[in-house]
Design a protein around this ligand. Structure first.
Ligand code: CAA
Length: 408
């Protein structure tokens, strides 16, 4: 535990988001699909889903989140010694998203970079590796940048469609973090080979066994939480809030009920505790949708955005689930500096510029998106013209199928 002198104080120092420019109101999607809006709004617990345009992809979302992180937190790219991108919607089978991010952010050439894939667990794999890298002494005073970036796509008109979303969450990980000190080395893990959600190499849209995936999530939560509870000292101090992986809001509600009943609460008392212990973490996820690897950290961002001051010094539980599957339960403590920093970070700022799309516009973007990976980039852009003041955008591919990006 962090109170023990031999364990370093490592965790999340700052958080920033990026989201696509467009979103769809789920009440409008429900109407278009002939479903009662209450099914999406209260049955799934979601209000909107962010939709990526053809010039927005996991690379641009990651870069825009990381640039905001540096601008708002006061950190510099020169401090980064490790950069990991967690994603399940990578843009190349070989070249990692991290390589594009490294180039577009001008990170040091001495920085170790790689991409982590395990469905929605890839971001947590990145975060926990970064924490261990710092705790082991390998960082030698440097910080890590972990970016979770994804575009959640299911087939149009499928049951998964209202649980789509897109966005990136960038995390600065370092010693003496200002936001959240993690309990280093204290995680409960669960893994099992299941086929609940998968995306064959030639598919852009995920395939899912929806109701089975819900059961796999709950089984994994039970396994990971049980492993965590057995750790020395893990339950000595209560968790006043818990952030869950949020594929849709109702899943976090189901998860919380399940976990608190494992603690011995009745179903009624477990449900009553949801309002205080979980609900504040669901605002941003309900306005953005599922961002796969970033969903847990979007929930954490949501919680800190509204309650950093009252949570100073208090413990928070975190549950990450990646289909396939691997899950981890761990905890951290909010630091007293968090409230002041959160004001500077303006975590939900990127949502203010977003524009509502009609269902017809969303369907048109989806058709364009299907061919975006082979769209030719304008020739001048392929020669490397950039304006470093703006947002990162994806322009298309050059004559040798290399992806081309610019700041526009
Ligand atoms: N008003 C209010 N509520 C309504 C309603 C109405 N008119 N109609 C239905 N509902 C409720 C239902 O009672 C149900 O609630 P409960 O779950 O509490 O019983 C809820 O709305 C959903 O209804 P259905 O179960 O009938 O919904 P569905 O079968 O159409 O699809 C889903 C639900 C399976 C989750 C589907 O959206 C899906 O496949 N999503 C993608 C997979 C997913 O997100 N899985 C989560 C676990 S896996 C994971 O976490 C990894 C990841 O990120 C993908």
């Amino acid at each position: 535990m962090n109170s023990c002198k031999s364990v370093p104080d490592v965790g999340i120092d700052a958080i920033a988001l990026s989201v696509p420019r467009g979103y769809v109101e789920l009440s409008e999607l429900a109407e278009a699909r002939g479903v009662p809006p209450s099914k999406y709004l209260s049955g799934l617990g979601m209000r909107r889903m962010a939709i990526a345009a053809p010039d927005e992809d996991p690379v641009t979302l990651a870069v825009n989140a990381a640039r905001r992180l540096f601008e708002r937190s006061g950190a510099s790219p020169a401090e980064i010694g490790l950069c990991i991108v967690g994603t399940e919607t990578a843009v190349d089978h070989s070249k990692p998203v991290t390589a594009f991010v490294h180039g577009l952010l001008d990170l040091p050439s001495t920085c170790r970079i790689f991409e982590a894939k395990h469905a929605c667990f890839g971001g947590t794999a990145g975060l926990l590796s970064a924490v261990d890298w710092i705790a082991s002494g390998s960082a030698r005073g440097r910080a890590a940048l972990v970016v979770c970036t994804d575009i959640a796509r299911y087939p149009l008109r499928s049951a998964g469609e209202p649980t789509q979303g897109a966005g990136a969450v960038a995390l600065l990980v370092r010693e003496k973090p200002r936001l959240l000190s993690l309990d280093v080395g204290q995680t409960g893990t669960f893994a099992r080979d299941v086929h609940d959600f998968w995306r064959p190499l030639h598919h852009k849209e995920a395939l899912v066994d929806g109701h089975y995936s819900v059961q796999c999530y709950l089984d994994a939560l039970e396994g990971a939480y049980d492993a965590w509870r057995r750790l020395d000292g893990a339950t000595d101090e209560p968790l006043v809030r818990t952030c869950y992986h949020v594929p849709y809001g109702k899943m976090a509600r189901k998860a919380h009920r399940h976990r608190r009943m494992i603690d011995g609460l009745t179903e009624e008392v477990a449900d009553a505790s949801f309002v205080v212990e979980v609900e504040p973490s669901l605002d941003l996820p309900s306005r953005i949708g599922n961002v796969y690897t970033g969903s847990l950290y979007l929930a954490l961002a949501s919680l800190l955005n509204t309650q950093a001051r009252e949570l100073a010094g208090r413990r928070i539980g975190l549950f990450s689930y990646g289909s396939g599957c691997c899950a981890e339960f761990f905890a951290g403590r909010t630091n007293p500096e968090a409230a002041e920093l959160v004001t500077r970070l303006q975590i939900d700022g990127p949502l203010r510029d977003c524009q509502r799309l009609t269902v017809a516009e969303y369907e048109r973007l989806r058709a364009e998106d299907a061919v975006a990976d082979s769209r030719p980039a304008p020739t001048r852009a392929a020669e490397g013209t950039v304006n470093e003041g703006g947002r990162a955008v994806y322009l298309g591919v050059d004559s040798n199928e290399r992806r081309v990006y610019a700041y526009a």
